[in-house]
Design a protein around this ligand. Structure first.
Ligand code: FAD
Length: 382
């Protein structure tokens, strides 16, 4: 049986980022690190099925983990992408208020924008108020009466990002075991025996970065269920009409109330020049259900036609969906990322509810995990 110092469940963006950070900082050399992944490639689940936006964090409650890690992670990811040639669209983001929304209730919409503005001010994030003429200058086809621009936001090719982190980790010594689904975790003599559908390994520390299935892996490691993840699907349509796909050049989001669970259906351009609309929020029961009962395009038209009146159902083609690992809380309030040392000996670190802005936060989140005293003490140099 192979023995490792640290084993990570999940080769999504978070698992790959943690492996890379641990290897950069390791004290005990050689630290043996294994990443167990059920699919044959990294980033096959949520990390490869999102909008790719490197968020500034201003949509999140100031100084929450989501806000702090997105703010720091967005900068780290931008630098990383430039250094590693990961494709990126560097055009900033606009949060806009449409003429139509204003006609329906000016104060409600202005107060939403003010909340985001205030969040930006509290966290020292640079934003710019946009008048109708400023909006026309940078997005001539966008029908909006005002908005705020966040220049630091970029869109990254999320699959290339995960792949690059995986390659980095591998080059510095991490082992990846693909097509290995973790099915059992037992404790034995101060370590964990982890069973997959292919092998059994021994590890001194287990880091659970299993995304949608992190609640199930946590339950295996603790022998009771502490977390419950509810899957929420987000679907995308692609705008395929050639003369319309270049009409919007940067992410354009609506201004939504603070209590909204998501950031709203938006225009989602990508570094490869394609333009998508989405994602919506659809409660599902099966964590692997990406396609049943697809939402018809009308909902997406309804959400965004106010910004682009020429948008028509015939312009859209179903593209893909991703599934958010939403934590079920007693209060049903919006939850923060949970990064929890749930057992000290042997060490078990659970990462639960890493939904948006998890892609933006990944590199900062990896630093946060490696700064946890329990991990530092054992494997990391000061
Ligand atoms: C529709 C949508 C849009 C989004 N847009 C954005 C955005 O624009 N910007 C942003 O910052 N964030 C966004 N996010 C959030 C972001 O994608 C996630 O926060 C991030 O990808 C989470 O990464 P992860 O590594 O934790 O999870 P995952 O990518 O899900 O990785 C977990 C891995 O664990 C593996 N695994 C699970 N169980 C087992 C097991 N038993 N054995 C072995 N392996 C296992 C899975 O196969 C998977 O590869 C979006 C999410 C969705 C759904």
């Amino acid at each position: 049986m192979n023995t490792y110092d640290v084993s990570i469940v999940g080769a999504g963006i978070v698992g790959c980022a943690i492996a890379r950070e641990l290897l950069c900082r390791r004290r005990v050399a050689p630290t043996r690190i294994l990443i167990l992944e059920q699919h044959e490639r990294p980033g096959e689940e949520t990390s490869g099925r999102n909008s790719g936006v490197l968020h500034s964090g201003i949509h999140e409650p100031p100084f929450s983990l989501k806000e702090r890690l997105a703010r720091e992670g967005c900068q780290l990811a931008t630098t990383y992408a430039l250094e590693h040639n990961v494709p990126m669209l560097r055009a900033g983001m606009i949060i806009a208020i449409s003429m139509e929304d204003v006609r329906r209730g000016l104060w409600r919409d202005i107060s939403m924008l003010r909340r985001l503005w205030f969040n930006a001010w509290r966290t020292k994030t640079r934003v710019r108020f946009m008048t109708p003429s400023a909006i026309r200058t940078c997005e001539p086809s966008l029908h909006a009466c005002c908005g705020i621009a966040i220049p630091s936001v970029s869109v990254i090719d999320s699959q290339a990002f995960v792949q690059s982190l995986k390659t980095d980790s591998e080059l510095t010594g991490a082992e990846f075991a693909f097509n290995n689904r973790v099915i059992g975790v037992e404790e034995a003599a101060g370590s964990y025996l982890v069973s997959t559908d292919r092998q059994r390994i021994r590890t001194a520390c287990l880091i659970n970065a299993a995304g949608l299935y992190a609640d199930e892996i946590a339950a295996l490691g603790m022998s009771h269920r502490k977390y419950v993840i509810s899957p929420v699907r987000g679907e995308y349509y692609e705008l395929v009409t050639p003369e319309k796909r270049s009409l919007i050049g940067r992410p354009v989001y609506p201004a939504l109330p603070g209590q909204s669970t998501g950031k709203g259906i938006h225009f989602s351009p990508r570094p490869n020049g394609r333009l998508y609309l989405g994602p919506n929020e659809m409660l599902i029961t099966d964590k692997a259900d990406y396609t049943s009962r697809k939402t018809p395009p009308g909902l997406f038209i309804e959400a965004l036609q106010k910004f682009l009146p020429s948008l028509d159902e015939r312009d859209l083609r179903w593209a893909y969906s991703g599934i958010r690992p939403r934590v079920v809380t007693k209060s049903r309030s919006k939850s923060d990322f949970i990064i929890s040392v749930d057992r000290e000996d042997p060490l078990l670190i659970n990462l639960i509810g890493i939904e948006s802005p998890g892609l933006s936060a990944a590199l900062a989140l990896a630093r946060y995990v490696c700064d946890l005293p329990s991990l530092r003490r054992r494997f990391i140099s000061a």
